[in-house]
Design a protein. Structure first.
Length: 451
């Protein structure tokens, strides 16, 4: 009997190879009396059998003589791992001995991986059941979230845990604003029959816009925590074979897992002019995006084409996360003063929390919530640093905190001036669109309701 290596060598020596066909034909010649369940994985999928076997605790034995691997560094695990180019492993599943043959190749900038599961039996039922179990396991979430990056979907536990820690109590927003966002999300998922009765596709888009650092991402986390639907988070649509492929893969996955919430962060940088038409076709073209609530964010709405920003049925509702008002800054400062007391740092303020929060709110006009948070974090770090050096606090903690606010104000002014200078330079160079967080954005359409 020949070897798998000889089959691989013969196949890839062919002038016009059809790898999957020739590999399968060769393996059937080697194992003519066995059952074969073969599968070809493209770049868009992750064949789940190996991970499934690891999950259920079934050991696999690698046949070293038939396995040829390269070494790769995995950024996530910070480890050097092996990746088989071709290989053979054996394992026992449900009392049946399997041989798994694997080979990989690239063509037209796309990666392919061939698998053939060979076993003894009257029919291929055992192999089909193994694949079914593996795919059902792979497509279910267990305290995980779907994350898309580098052209592939993966399940992420860390992001899921971050979402579970997020609550509305930790986010400072106008009450009507917050309740509107919650209501729009709740009403979408409870209105399937209304959409159907109107003869329109059960899909919707929410766009969260405004300067960075004012609660867009945290609000999405709170929504995902509150509404227990499958969450799909897209970090980037870029893939080794182009962003169009990424867009198609994102929406295909969302359709498979609906009803779901599809999160697209920084939409203005994600959807460029080159892929705008492709994105629009996927979002509201021939494919039925039933049960998909798309929530997108942007710091720069003026960079988004009107076909996306202001066309009904794409992003029906816009929420403007503007810089916080004096009242909201006061509320945010009060929350953080409560946190400072809870830390038991020994810090004692002379003013009451209400008086100090009001003073901070007055000093921080034009600040984002992110800068307000930085005020308290940098203040606490400064106190901790001084304590580590044995320094005694010689001025009241109130003055120290307000002095820190003055220093941060100077930084914010410096940042704003730098942006203004860049804006002037860009105007001299030619017309470009530069957004300043301190300037109002152009108006967008009012909300449109389908219920």
């Amino acid at each position: 009997m020949g070897s798998f290596t000889s089959v691989v060598e013969k196949q890839f020596a062919a002038s016009l190879p059809n790898p999957a066909l020739q590999l399968l034909v060769g393996l059937k010649r080697l194992h003519s009396d066995s059952q074969h369940v073969a599968f070809v994985e493209s770049f868009s999928t992750q064949f789940p059998v190996s991970k499934y076997l690891d999950f259920v605790g079934i050991p696999r034995t690698v046949l070293d003589a038939e396995t040829h691997s390269t070494y790769v560094y995995d950024q996530g695990s910070k480890a050097v791992e092996t990746r088989a180019i071709t290989g053979v492993t054996t394992f026992t599943y449900e009392g049946i001995q399997f041989q798994a043959f694997e080979a990989s190749w690239n063509r037209d900038r796309e990666s392919f991986r061939f698998f053939d599961y060979v076993f003894e039996g009257e029919d291929d039922k055992a192999g089909r059941e193994l694949l079914l179990e593996a795919y059902e396991w792979a497509n279910s979430l267990r305290e995980e979230m779907w994350v898309f990056e580098e052209g592939q979907w993966s399940k992420n536990k860390d992001l899921f845990r971050a979402v579970q820690k997020s609550t509305w109590e930790d986010i400072v927003l106008d009450e009507n604003f917050r309740e509107g966002l919650r209501r729009d999300t709740m009403m979408f998922f409870s209105s399937k029959e209304i959409y159907r009765s109107l003869g329109v596709t059960w899909k919707r888009g929410l766009l969260l816009l405004g300067p960075p650092g004012n609660g867009k991402t945290e609000s999405i986390k709170a929504l995902l925590h509150e509404f227990n639907y499958a969450a799909l988070y897209v970090k980037s649509i870029n893939t080794p074979i182009g962003p169009e492929f990424g867009i198609r893969t994102v929406f295909e996955h969302a359709r498979k897992h609906s009803p779901c919430i599809l999160v697209l962060e920084d939409l203005d940088s994600m959807i460029t002019d080159k892929v705008r038409s492709f994105f629009l076709n996927e979002m509201d073209g021939l494919a039925q995006n039933e049960g998909i609530l798309t929530i997108a964010t942007t710091n720069h709405p003026e960079l988004i084409d009107d076909a996306i920003l202001n066309r009904p049925s794409r992003f029906d509702v816009k929420y403007d996360f503007a810089l916080p008002t004096t009242e909201l800054r006061n509320e945010f400062a009060t929350k953080w003063l409560t946190k400072v007391h809870a830390l038991d740092t020994g810090i004692v303020f002379q003013k009451s929390d209400g008086e100090l929060a009001e003073a901070i709110a007055k000093k921080t006009d034009g600040w984002s919530f992110a800068f307000l948070k930085e005020l308290f974090v940098s203040f606490l770090l400064r106190i901790a640093h001084d304590k580590s050096l044995g320094k005694v606090l010689t001025v009241p903690a109130d003055e120290k905190l307000l002095d820190q606010a003055d220093k941060l104000t100077l930084q914010i002014i410096k940042i704003k001036k730098g942006k203004d200078h860049k804006d002037d330079a860009d105007e001299d160079a030619g017309p470009t669109r530069v957004f300043h967080a301190f300037h109002p954005v152009r108006p967008v359409m009012e909300r449109i309701y389908l219920y």
